[in-house]
Design a protein around this ligand. Structure first.
Ligand code: ADP
Length: 308
């Protein structure tokens, strides 16, 4: 499958001297949803702005559809739809009027623009609210109009910066469904989030970013396979994992209990159960946990410790 986007050795330092993106490189294949995962401040937005031509990198190169962007900036306007995190709409205008304005910016006019506005409104599920002023919309509806605006010119690559932050579940589900539909139509998507369950539900491939660097990358199942182990979670009053367990597993305190990770989770479950039976501690929870992106993320970024 062809790479729609190639990002190579991108570096970006802000005026304050803060290194926001530190030699990041990856490729995005056609028609997939590529996740950019990382805690707040990791550099996701900066990278997405660079890919979408909003700001320039200090170093590195990007190619879109096989052509270097540096010499072909017009490719961005033609093929990339960027949805920023902040909603940028005219509150007094209706949803439809906002889309009209954005469509003109993309060079669309007349009946073609009208048709595209109807199509994108349908896509984001706001046809019946299109003639109401945006100020009467919920946060999620505004976000959906923002997404609609980025789709007007039928971009081949859609860049979505944390599109579900702070919105209602209905809009969130709608955005999910829309992304799945776009993938079916062959559109390539870059999706940033710090919600691991979103990445698991939507992304085919992903890069985990921390402090401006990629710390893990690849298809979802590969990242899980490489970095996550199945685990046993146990919560029992006054119980501490016996020392023999430490030799065959990685043990960490979690919530009110212990997370014990190892190659053979069933064996661990057996050993832990035996120990609990013999010691007679009161058991509150004992469960097998499948490898999750959450645990990979926590292991690689320590995000749970320093972020939300
Ligand atoms: P993320 O999207 O992962 O939360 P950002 O790309 O927004 O991360 O930020 C990466 C780093 O760059 C952070 O430390 C942030 O404070 C800093 N940063 C982002 N935008 C600016 C800016 N305009 N000026 C200075 N520093 C910035």
């Amino acid at each position: 499958m062809n790479a729609v986007l190639k990002v190579d050795q991108i570096v970006k330092t802000y005026g304050t001297g803060r290194l926001a993106v530190d030699r990041i490189g990856f490729q995005v294949k056609e028609g997939i949803c590529f996740g950019l995962l990382g805690p707040n401040g990791a550099g996701k937005s900066t990278l997405m702005k660079i890919i979408s031509g909003i700001i320039k990198a200090d170093q590195g190169s990007i190619s879109l559809l096989g052509q270097p962007l540096a010499a072909n900036r017009e490719l961005i306007g033609k093929h990339v739809g960027y949805v920023p995190q902040d909603v940028t709409l005219y509150e007094q205008l209706t949803g439809r009027q906002n889309l009209h304005f954005f469509g003109k910016m993309y060079g669309l006019n007349g009946s073609q623009l009208k048709e595209r506005i109807s199509e994108v409104l349908e896509k984001v599920g706001l046809t019946d609210r299109a003639n109401e002023p945006v100020m009467s919309y919920s946060g999620g509806m505004k976000r959906r109009i923002n997404i609609a605006a980025a789709l007007l010119h039928k971009p081949k690559l859609v860049v979505l910066d944390e599109p579900t932050v702070g919105i209602d579940p209905q809009s969130r589900n709608h955005i999910f469904e829309m992304i799945r539909q776009m993938k079916r139509e062959g559109t390539t998507i870059i999706y940033s989030t710090h919600y691991m369950e979103e990445a698991e539900a939507l992304c085919d491939e992903l890069a985990i970013i921390d402090h401006g660097k990629i710390v893990a990358e690849g298809p979802l199942y590969e990242v899980l396979e490489q970095h996550a182990l199945p685990a046993v979670y146990v919560e029992a009053d006054g119980w501490n994992p016996p020392s023999e367990l430490a030799a065959v597993s990685r043990i960490q305190a979690q919530n009110k209990g212990w997370l014990i990770e190892g190659e053979n989770a069933l064996q661990l479950l057996h050993d832990v159960s035996n120990d609990l039976l013999q010691s007679g501690h009161r058991v509150r929870a004992l469960q097998l946990q499948q490898p999750s992106l959450d645990s990979v993320f926590m292991k690689l970024t320590g995000a749970a410790l320093r972020d939300e």
